[in-house]
Design a protein around this ligand. Structure first.
Ligand SMILES: *Cc1c(COP(=O)(O)O)cnc(C)c1O
Length: 374
């Protein structure tokens, strides 16, 4: 039986044409016309002033935090329920993460816990340099109160929208509210360049500085002159060509992701013990991955038993992210709350949500899930 992956790449009709063009022009380099065009088209799509194409979403986070002035020993607040990349970027700068729990309504950072933590830190004159706000599984966090709290304390807001391209928050795109926002084009994201990332901002100086750092911090001179430490973080022209094609099918992908979610919901919502990740009232989720929680006492099996039943049929499902405060790497870090994220990890399962999945594939997955409790 052919393997069903969690969220495999799904190319549209124009990616290969753009790549051929890149070959024809011989811009097989980490710069070129497709990089410039991809940045412009992306900025327009999400409604950002500036966009910088980079080698990964993690690289984008690293540079966004460096621009926020994060240095050795600084504190940075981060959502605990996320993929490790959100927190690794904090470690790259030798800063100290503080993790904040999710709210049940969106699974994203709880604004009240953030507010309490910033108040506490302000009283000790120990405010963090930045907040990394993650938008999980295609759904925006509740940005407005979080942005207001950050502004009140003068703390930079960096949005990790790696999983939320195509989502809406109050009619706008998450990732465009903070000082900087980042997106990822890793292989399993809603659109992909095989690997890659984008940083967006309304601040032109920020975008220029990030571009400079990402190109080995090369000063303006005919020879190679350097007064700052930089990185090799730019996106290849070939990959930007793929990205331009993918951007054109983004809306189709969101539509299909939401259809997949509806299919699962129609089939599984009435099953005792199965619940779906809620969609918060303030926006539209892309449903990048359909996430369920399983109450073992009611359903008759744990999420791990369901995952293994699917795996036996060569179907890939994955537990919800294991919270950062439960990771051995962050054993000594402070966490504010944590029980919501822990429960989501213990009970949560991401079902296969590839946009090229057929309804027959989905029906088979549903059958296996339903049978897994007997
Ligand atoms: C994928 C992802 C990233 C990292 O993106 P890369 O392009 O793989 O470096 C960051 N944060 C979250 C929440 C992600 O899911």
């Amino acid at each position: 039986m052919k393997r069903i992956f969690l969220s495999p790449p799904h190319m549209g009709d124009s990616e290969l044409e753009f790549v051929k063009e890149a070959f024809a022009s011989n811009y097989i380099a980490p710069l070129g016309p497709h990089v410039d065009a991809f940045e412009q088209e992306f900025a327009r799509k999400v409604g950002a002033e500036y966009a910088v194409a980079l080698s990964s979403g993690t690289a984008a986070l690293h540079l966004a935090l460096r621009y926020a002035g994060v240095e050795q020993g600084d504190k940075v607040i981060c959502s605990t329920l996320t993929f490790i990349a959100s927190a690794n970027a904090i470690l790259y700068l030798n800063a100290e993460p503080i993790f904040v729990d999710s709210e049940p309504a969106s699974w994203n950072m709880d604004p009240e816990l953030l507010s309490a933590e910033l108040t506490r830190l302000a009283e000790r004159d120990d405010l963090p340099k930045a907040v990394v706000l993650v938008h999980l599984y295609g759904q925006s966090a509740d940005i407005s109160p979080i942005k207001e709290i950050c502004d009140r304390y003068g703390v930079a807001l960096v949005e990790d929208a790696a999983e939320a391209l195509g989502a809406e928050y109050q009619g706008k795109t998450p990732g465009t509210f903070g000082q900087a926002g980042i997106y990822s084009f890793n292989g399993n994201k809603i659109i992909t360049t095989s690997g890659g990332g984008m940083l967006v901002s309304a601040d032109g100086r920020l975008a220029d500085k990030v571009r400079f750092w990402a190109t080995q911090a090369r000063d303006a001179a005919p020879h190679y002159e350097h007064s700052e430490m930089g990185y090799n973080y730019r996106m290849s022209n070939i990959l930007a060509a793929i990205g331009r094609g993918q951007l054109r099918v983004l809306e189709d992908r969101v539509t299909r992701k939401r259809e997949i979610f509806e299919f699962y919901r129609n089939e599984l919502a009435a099953v005792p013990g199965i619940s779906f990740m809620p969609e918060a009232s303030y926006g539209r989720s892309t449903r990048w991955l359909t996430c369920i929680t399983i109450e073992p006492k009611l359903f008759g099996a744990t999420r791990e038993q369901v995952r293994l039943a699917l795996e036996e049929q060569n179907i890939e499902a994955r537990p919800v992210w294991k919270p950062m405060h439960m990771q051995p790497l962050f054993e000594r870090c402070r966490v504010v709350g944590g029980a919501v994220a822990e429960t989501l990890f213990n009970k949560g399962l991401c079902l296969p949500s590839g946009t090229s999945c057929t309804d027959e594939d989905l029906a088979r997955i549903v059958r296996i899930v339903k049978q897994s409790c007997s």
